[in-house]
Structure formats: C-alpha cells, structure tokens
Design a protein around this ligand. Structure first.
Ligand code: HAM
Length: 422
C-alpha cells in the first residue's frame, strides 16, 4: 500500500517553501503599506453562506464545493473562496459600525474547489485576497487594482495585462438580462443542459460557459456595456480616470463576466501574457459587490476586493524565468568528536541560537569527515571541530568554509565572534 497526496493537492517541500515565504513577505509588506489588516476566518463555513454569497447558479456552488455533514447534522463546506466568509465576519462583528470605512481586510490561506486538475488549477490552493467594505468610491476600486498589480511588479513580473469591465448596477443587469434571454431563447436547444438552466436563472452565466464557448450566438450576444445606466457608465469612467492617474495600463473587455454571482460595477482580472504560460492565464480576479453585505444579513454596505493564488503567481514567475533566491544559509556547524565534546556542542548550539545565530550539529554519530560533508551540504559559513584538546583549552579554531581561513577563539568569545563575522 502506498499513499500519495490527494489529486489536485501538493506538498510544498523545503526548497520550495522558502519561495512561498518570500512571496508571503512581499505581500505582507504591501498590505502594511496599503493598510489592509489581516483577518483569519475558519476553513469551513455553513454551506448556505456560499450558496447565498457566491450564488446558487455558479459552477463553484453547483459542482465544485467540498460539502459535508458534521456529526451534529449541519451542512458545512470547505471554503471555495474568501469573500463570502469575510463579509460574514464583517456583518457578524458589526464592523459596519466602525467609524473608519471602508474596513480594509486581507487574508491568505487555502481554498478548496473540486475542479478538473490541470496546470494552474488545484483542488486545494492558497489565495491571497483583500476586501474593502464600506465605500462606493471609485478611487478604492483603483486602489485595490493597484495593490494587486504592485504585488506582481514587486515580484518582478512584467508580462501582465489588467483587464477591466463594468457589470453595471441592478437596472443595467435587468435590462441586459432581458436582452440575453431574447437573444438565446429561440436557439437554446442547441446549448448544453447547464446553459438551458441558466437561461432563466442567470443568462449572464451562459457567456461564461466552457462547453458552448464557440457557438456563433456567443459572439453576437448583446454586450452588457450597451445597457449601462448613466450612473454605472459614470462610475466606470471615474474608475478608469483613477487608473490613469495611477499610471496603471488596462484594457476594457466587455466580455469579462467573472464566475461568481456577487459582482456589479467594476470587474477585473490580471492575466499573464508570458509566452509559455499554460492555458489558464488568469492570475488574479476581483470586483465590486455592492449588495452582498445585505444578502448576508448586514446593512446596505458596498464592497470591492480581489483574490489571487500563490500557485499561479509561482507559475507566472517560472514562465518569465524569474527565480527566487532560496536563502536558508547556516551560520555554523559544530562537529563534535567524543562524548564530552558532544555535551559541549549541545551547550554551544544553545548559546548560539539564543543570539539568533543558526547552528547545527550531527545527531547520527557520523565520523568527522561525514560531519564536515554535512556542514558543506548545509551551506555552513563556519565550522568548528570540538575534541579533547579543544575542551581542555576551552578554545577552538573557527574555520570559515569559503576562504578556508581559521582563527582560534575562546569558547566564551565565540558568540561575539560569530555575531561580528556572520
Ligand atoms: P476567483 O476568480 O474565483 O475569485 O479566484 C481568484 C483567483 O484565485 C484566480 O484568479 C486564481 O488566481 C485563483 N484560483 C481560483 N481557482 C483556483 C484553482 N483551482 N487553483 C489555483 N488557483 C485558483 C474569487 O475567489 C473571489 N473571491 C475574488 C474576490 C475577492 N472578489 C472580490 N473579492
């Protein structure tokens, strides 16, 4: 019997995890600068939250959720995304009552979707996301997009495309919905069974269908942008004006609809344009969700946010040939020969570590040569060899591995010596 990671998941091993930490560091620093405070919500929520929040007719809710019943008979779901839970928390903790709106939150953690496995698509993936809840100012839409772009450019990515669209307000969408129904209804029999269901429930979803993508009626479908109300059109103009002010290039794509139901007004995605990037080029997606706070039981507060996965960010880095420095260098390896030396080594290691000096020793009784090799493999900057003589003299030769230089240092001076030279 051999065990493997579940399909669509992966182990992130040493060597790789340092890259994740580096990315996480960049993200945390940018959140500090943009002032998006971290929120941590549970890994599972009531199933109904996602049905209501993400939307009953979405692929996520219909096909991709990991839903289970707990021993108390409650239906729970591993979170497929972060927005619904963050909004739930905003409402539950009455953050709408705080004097400073919007409340700007960020999160990073695993999300779960039962999707067909392919490059860039996992069943467990780590999303970083932000939500700014409590403002309907188009300047915050631009801020959120700026933060997403900043993350990628700080990581060194260049081949990026920001695509934006306006999904309008309720009035816009009702008018567009009617137009879509009229457009598709006469030929709906030629579409997949999902689309047939979508026609009445949410015809906008038809435009997002992967099965009927090439049906000729798709290309001629009425564009939402033609139905924008004056308010929506003006809002969109202001968002674009702020992006221009920030010097962020973008493309407007009237066909960008996004796969979740809560969006209105601004919708955006960031794509990688790097050659060699796989079929799935979307690195990040987000948009405005005025109305969601109310749907989840709170007051009428507007919101906007985005999420990106670290997995796709790593793929984009790879596609652009950007390699992250993995630095987990070791300051000192202590080679110990004999029982007494071993005890001294344990003591020294502890004093080094207490001062932030990374230190390692042998725990499998290797011969001196093998211990030296281990020091080398671990990238140790210094090595000391403890034997009877060193113990007797209470001093040891500190060898710098790269130069081969040695200097005799008394035990009681070792910490200071290493702090000065590491
Ligand atoms: P989403 O478009 O479903 O939006 O996902 C956002 C990002 O998560 C994608 O652009 C992609 O980077 C990543 N992602 C999604 N599914 C997978 C997967 N199976 N494997 C790897 N990466 C994946 C949302 O989740 C919204 N909650 C975003 C949002 C926040 N909108 C407003 N606020």
């Amino acid at each position: 019997m051999s065990f493997k990671v579940p399909r669509g998941t992966q182990d992130i091993l040493p060597g790789q995890s340092e890259k994740w930490q580096q990315i996480e560091g960049v993200i945390r620093e940018l959140c500090r600068v943009y002032r998006y405070q971290e929120i941590r919500t549970p890994m599972f929520e009531s199933t109904e939250l996602f049905q209501r929040g993400v939307g009953d007719t979405t692929d996520i809710v219909q096909k991709e959720m990991y839903t289970f019943e707990d021993r108390g008979g409650r239906s729970l779901t591993l979170r497929p995304e972060g927005t619904a839970a963050v909004v739930r928390s905003y409402v539950e903790h009455k953050m709408f009552g705080q004097p400073d709106q919007p409340v700007k939150l960020s999160y990073m953690g695993p999300m779960f979707r039962y999707e067909r496995q392919q490059a860039g698509r996992y069943r467990q993936f780590v999303q970083f996301g932000v939500e700014a809840i409590g403002s309907a100012d188009p300047a915050i839409d631009a801020e959120v997009m700026a933060l997403a772009m900043d993350i990628y450019s700080t990581m060194g990515l260049k081949d990026l495309k920001l695509v934006i669209n306006s999904l309008g307000d309720k009035e816009t969408r009702n008018a567009h919905r009617e137009a879509l129904i009229q457009h598709f209804e006469p030929s709906i029999g030629e579409f997949c069974s999902d689309c047939q269901k979508r026609l009445e429930k949410n015809p906008l979803r038809i435009l997002d269908c992967k099965v009927d993508r090439d049906h000729p009626l798709m290309a001629t479908a009425p564009a939402l942008t033609d139905y924008l109300t004056d308010f929506s059109a003006e809002y969109f103009t202001k968002v674009k004006m702020y992006l221009d002010t920030l010097g962020i290039p973008y493309e407007v794509d009237p066909n960008l609809v996004r796969g979740l139901d809560y969006y209105n007004h601004t919708a955006f995605e960031i794509m990688s344009t790097a050659s060699g990037f796989g079929a799935i080029t979307t690195l990040c997606g987000g948009g405005r969700y005025n109305g969601l706070v109310e749907d989840i039981g709170g007051p009428d507060m507007p919101g906007i946010g985005f999420a990106l996965s670290i997995e796709r960010l790593l793929l984009a880095l790879e596609a652009e040939g950007i390699s992250l420095e993995v630095s987990n260098g070791l300051d000192i390896f202590v080679v110990a020969m004999g029982d007494e030396a071993k005890v001294k080594a344990v003591e020294l290691l502890s004093s080094f570590r207490a001062k932030g000096i990374s230190a390692e020793m042998d725990y499998i009784d290797r011969k001196m040569k093998a211990q030296m090799k281990a020091a080398d493999r671990n990238g140790a900057k210094f090595v000391i060899v403890l034997g009877e003589t060193e113990i007797a003299e209470a001093a040891v030769n500190v060898k710098e591995m790269e130069s081969g230089n040695q200097e005799k240092v008394a035990f009681h001076n070792l910490v200071n010596y290493l702090l000065e030279h590491k």
